[in-house]
Design a protein. Structure first.
Lengths: 210, 210
């Protein structure tokens, strides 16, 4: 099946499987049954088999999945066998936390440019990067072949920052602001929304009182 | 169907529908077809109808869903018709961003206690709250009837903080640290993992080059 015809909900689960395989590899696990992998990833064994079947045959009847092999295949399928540079816009408390987030680099991503409109921050050195004003976005992003933007500005500024990123060639936006961003259909937008996770868990607290 | 027998993947999508309905309500939309609601929420119309059918009948043939009514029903189903107090552990850049996050209160949650092990932070006033040392967790959480913990400490401290929260009565943990936490089966853990969202979007960048 051509990769663009795989249902998006299947694609959305692949990173969860990959994260689970990375965890297993760190634990020294070499082989895992689809039942165990499914339980750790929070899906049913049938789901994981069906999801992976879109991309080929990975498990062996009776022995399960080879953790290292399946991890490598998922990295290839997701396009993570290279580093993806990202632009971060917004260097408040949240932006600074994102700058120092330890989970990006080994999983395929790094921040290659950082922007803030605060004159006190512009020109400051953070690691290898110098903070630039947002006006530089249309120039800097194409120059650095950046196609991914992270929006970490206050909600009232988020849409105009997203528009600027899209005009500057960004095709994927990770939005930390608590608002729903509009973008052209060819631009992918995902929102980091802690409340969605809280609401999901609270369902069980409410319905299974102790 | 008893609510605990609804598949977890269905429960996980309810907050996304709720967020979409909140957006529609702010836009002044009163009625919406399942096709439109599905597109905005990023699922198929069949999926949304099937998901909601676990909880009753909400749409009307030909007119679609009443946005306000469906929103109220989802709030009731998810258990958000009350405020849920939370404990935040960790007041680095990330913890401070979480403290100031604007999306909690109107969606059912508030931070009711905050902890950090840094002597320079303990005793400081942040809004209505005074920063307490982690040793106070077992005393303060039951006293404030807190069942939800947010882990915003460095990865090497995250598991021991999670253990302490669980011993203190927490039944749901939102983990911002880039590690997979272990917890007893009756405790719900969700991880804020920006890389999972990035990897999901990158699949399309890789497979649909411009």
């Amino acid at each position: 099946m051509p990769p663009t015809q795989v249902p998006d909900m299947v694609v959305a689960r692949l990173p969860l499987y990959l994260r689970t395989l990375e965890y297993l590899q760190r634990q020294g696990v070499e082989l895992i049954s689809s039942a165990q992998l499914a339980e750790l990833a929070g899906v049913s064994p049938a789901q994981i088999r069906k999801d992976l079947s879109h991309f080929g045959r990975f498990g062996k009847q009776g022995t399960g999945y080879d953790v290292l092999h399946l991890r490598r295949e998922l990295i290839r399928i997701l396009g993570l066998d290279r580093q993806w540079p990202m632009a971060l816009v917004g260097l408040g408390a949240l932006g600074q936390a994102i700058m120092h987030y330890g989970g990006f680099k080994e999983r395929g991503f790094h921040i290659a440019a950082v922007f803030d409109s605060d004159p006190d921050k512009i020109g400051k050195q953070i690691g290898d990067l110098v903070v630039m004003p947002p006006e530089r976005i249309p120039h800097e992003l194409p120059k650095r072949q950046i196609q991914i933007g992270i929006v970490a500005v206050p909600p009232e500024a988020a849409q105009s920052v997203a528009n600027l990123l899209v005009r500057s060639g960004v095709r994927a936006i990770l939005n930390y602001a608590p608002i729903t961003l509009s973008a052209p259909p060819e631009v992918h937008v995902e929102q980091i929304d802690p409340v969605v996770h809280l609401q999901h868990m609270v369902y069980y607290l409410r319905h299974c009182p102790q």
